[in-house]
Design a protein around this ligand. Structure first.
Ligand code: ADP
Ligand code: ASP
Ligand code: MG
Length: 425
């Protein structure tokens, strides 16, 4: 008997018919002799709708109340799913994140899990019930308040529970047949990937492929948890996220392609600080100011300083939602930094190429940049890691760039990828 944590995303439980379909899948897994713990997201676009609603009543919603509001989405789906399971002759027992023992720090909107004590989940399993846990939420012991883990955080709830329960595997059910070589909504010729190394998946998630929450991949890697991405709309085996060592053991390492795929991120903006004195301490002043305001920085570029003035421009990217905070933080350190102007641009995209094989294979950058050049895509910033190359381009050219790079690396599949549901919102 295996213990399986199954997470169903918003598009898998978007309406009553979908909830009934998911209930049947869960019950089938239990009937086959497994113990199943379920994590659910809010139905369809509920979380986005709640955000829209909050913005209609408040320009800057109070963080505590915002989390209280958003966590209600998952409570609806967990209770409905439990009811549907009852009607199939099994006991579904729903729990909020707090009841399931997901203890977080107190940072509303981006809380981190500090402890998981799933006592009630274990009791439910011992009683032969199917525990259904609301994803994306936790409880802070410090403030005694309800928190959320950040958008897409239900994946992390599922992995955290799987690790705490020492589950045999964690399955993330979504609206596509696994992880693809690119977002199938942007690149229809995207190819389904049977397996990926944790490191590649981490880069994919960090580069904007929202199919998995970044923190869930980190969590799974640390615990060497067997993680699968599957569709709740098909019986496709999906994508296994695993370690290099396990791939080698299973004899799959040799077949791994050099390049796993391409990711596009439209959620960042670019900020340029002009005419900063090129001397020790100025970069520290910039990034200390930003860190003090909790602004997450991604790429950083410093131009060569102009010989005549000894001054330079510094550019960085951060989430679009943090631009106002970043600007205010930099303004308040204007004297320490000594800049001339602050400019920002929200119409950018980050296009990334990911593949563990690029470490050993020369020529990858040449193919990447010549594909962009042929597609007429202008590169504004570049950053790399051992297994990723990212560029910033105009947002309007991102899809074109992703498709060109995908083709240049021979990743195009012969057919079109299937997207079963979801609005892609
Ligand atoms: P869920 O609601 O199930 O959590 P998400 O919308 O968060 O689903 O994630 C699934 C979506 O991720 C897909 O519909 C797809 O558009 C998008 N996506 C982006 N990059 C990829 C990729 N490389 N492979 C698969 N899906 C991707
Ligand atoms: N419902 C939340 C969101 O839309 C969490 C999740 O789906 O993972 O971000
Ligand atoms: Mg998701």
């Amino acid at each position: 008997m295996a213990l399986i944590v199954q997470k169903y995303g918003g598009s898998s439980v978007a309406d009553a018919a979908s909830i009934l379909r998911v209930a049947r899948r869960i019950v089938e897994t239990v009937a086959a002799g497994n113990q199943v713990v379920v994590v659910v997201s809010a139905m369809g676009d509920t979380t986005d709708d709640l955000i829209d609603l909050a913005q209609q009543v408040s320009a800057a919603p109070a963080p505590r109340e915002y989390d209280m509001l958003l966590t209600s989405g998952e409570r609806i789906s967990m209770a409905l799913l439990a009811m549907a399971i009852h009607d199939l002759g099994f006991e579904g027992r729903s729990f909020t994140g707090s009841q399931a023992g997901l203890i977080t720090d107190s940072q509303h909107g981006a809380a981190r899990i500090v402890e998981v004590t799933p006592v009630r989940v274990q009791e439910a399993l011992a009683d032969g019930a199917i525990p259904i846990i609301a994803g994306f939420q936790g409880f802070s012991r410090e403030t005694k308040d309800i928190t959320t883990l950040g958008r897409g955080g239900s994946d992390t709830t599922a992995v955290a529970l799987a690790v705490a329960l020492a589950a045999d595997m964690c399955e993330i059910y979504t609206d596509v047949d696994g992880v693809f070589s690119a977002d199938p909504r942007l690149v229809p010729a995207a190819r389904q990937l049977p397996r990926l190394e944790y490191e590649e998946m981490l880069e994919f998630a960090a580069a904007g492929a929202k199919v998995l929450h970044l923190r869930c991949v980190e969590y799974a890697r640390r615990a060497a948890l067997a993680l699968f991405v599957r569709s709740s709309f098909s019986q496709h085996p999906g994508t296994a996220i695993t370690s290099r060592a396990r791939m080698e053991e299973e004899g799959h390492a040799m077949e791994q392609p050099i390049i796993a795929g391409v990711a596009v991120d439209l959620s960042d903006a670019k900020v340029t600080i002009t005419s900063v004195p090129d001397e020790p301490g100025r970069a520290a002043a910039i990034f200390e100011a930003l860190a003090g305001a909790d602004v997450n920085i991604d790429m950083i570029v410093q131009n060569v300083s102009a010989k005549t003035t000894g001054r330079t421009d510094v550019t960085f990217t951060c989430p679009t939602g943090s631009v106002a905070t970043a600007r205010a933080a930099l303004e308040s350190s204007r004297d320490r930094i000594g800049f001339d102007e602050l400019l920002h641009d929200e119409h950018i995209a980050k296009v990334s190429l990911i593949g563990a094989g690029m470490k050993q294979h020369p020529g990858v950058s040449a193919t990447f940049f010549s594909a962009l050049a042929h597609a007429g895509v202008n590169v504004e910033l570049i950053s790399t890691s051992e297994i990723r190359i990212s560029v910033v381009t105009r947002a309007e050219t991102a899809q074109q760039a992703a498709q060109a790079v995908h083709t240049a690396f021979g990743l195009d599949a012969s057919g079109e990828a299937v997207v079963y549901a979801g609005s892609g919102r």
